[in-house]
Design a binder for this molecule. Structure first.
Ligand code: FE2
Length: 322
């Protein structure tokens, strides 16, 4: 059985093709990248409309399949930016009706968890999901996907991007902040905001922005201090979730998880508590269509169906409502 998955929750329009035997046949990513400024929802949606045809053709060609070979169309129904989600949902509905292929809408966050499990040896992990809009510690526990900890305001990637813009970077700023942080020498005290397994980044962003505007600290020291502080918060939340659930595996997901310093800190924590860390390759860490195809197949083969009339986007769809 072959599934074509469509990702469009934010900056990336992605088409993935996967089989129910767990093979990824194609994973085409078309992200929005800027030299200056962040993502503007309607402009990102225009970008997705523009690259849509190309992405589908490229994916079919790479997978060496034709539309008539596709048995299921899966799309990220939420959570995400309304403007961009609509492009993916419309594409999915059109393909489904035109080619008479069943449709399934899936939750983007759970896509990160399930593709991580498929591509690594992780069996029952705690997922630390860190991206632009999302920061969640997720695990499957007692028959349900549960959020053990999450951001109470903005996502970690969003915070890094806004600070990145403050110091002159375009989108995404995370990789450039990582480079700057590696050159930082002096730790500048930044608030450490965690309560139980929940974290918050709004106050930290204000604090570090104000520190930058005083002109007293170098950009490299600020990037270094910011990363050390917020990553320590994430590692603490993840470790607490692992202790609480008794799980011995940590899986990373989301674009921010490609940060090498975050990976290193997670590796140290896992080693210290005798747990295992799993990090999928970058194209499957960031938002991608393959994870939507993989989750679509998993849910379809467990009986889930989405009728066209139930396929409206769900921008605020929570992981624990699935
Ligand atoms: Fe994501």
């Amino acid at each position: 059985m072959i599934c074509l998955g469509i990702e469009s929750t934010a900056h990336t329009f992605g088409i993935g093709i996967a089989t129910d035997k767990g093979k990824i046949l194609a994973n085409v990513l078309k992200p929005v990248i800027t030299k200056k400024g962040g993502i503007i929802p309607n402009e990102a949606a225009d970008h997705h409309v523009e690259v849509c045809d190309e992405a589908i053709s490229e994916a079919l060609e790479t997978a060496k399949v034709k539309m008539k070979d596709v048995d299921l169309i899966s799309f990220a129904q939420g959570p995400g930016i309304g403007h961009t989600l609509r492009v993916g949902a419309m594409t999915a509905k059109t393909l489904s009706l035109l080619h008479k292929i069943p449709l399934i809408g899936v939750n983007h966050c759970i896509g990160h968890l399930e593709i991580g499990k498929l591509l690594t040896d992780a069996k029952d992990p705690v997922l630390l999901y860190v991206s632009g809009a999302n920061t969640q510690v997720i695990a499957f526990e007692e028959g349900k996907y549960r959020i053990f900890g999450e951001t109470l305001d903005i996502g970690i990637g969003n915070m890094l991007d806004v600070f990145g813009r403050e110091i002159g970077f375009g989108f995404p700023a995370g990789p450039k902040i990582m480079e700057m942080a590696a050159k930082g020498k002096r730790y500048v005290e930044i608030p450490y905001v965690i309560k139980g397994m929940d974290v918050s980044f709004g106050g930290i962003l204000t604090n570090v922005t104000e520190k930058h505007r005083t002109g007293k600290h170098s950009k490299t020291d600020l990037c270094y201090s910011l990363q050390e502080t917020v990553f320590a918060m994430l590692v603490e939340a993840a470790e607490r979730a692992m202790a609480h659930t008794g799980k011995k595996e940590l899986l990373l997901g989301g674009g921010v998880a490609s940060n090498l310093r975050l990976q290193e800190m997670c590796r140290i924590m896992c080693k210290e508590r005798g747990a295992k860390l799993f990090v999928p390759e970058r194209q499957f860490l960031v938002d991608n269509g393959a994870m939507i195809a993989v989750l679509g197949l998993l849910e379809y083969n467990n009986g889930k169906r989405t009728r066209v009339e139930d396929s409206a986007i769900k921008p605020y769809w929570r992981t624990d409502e699935v």
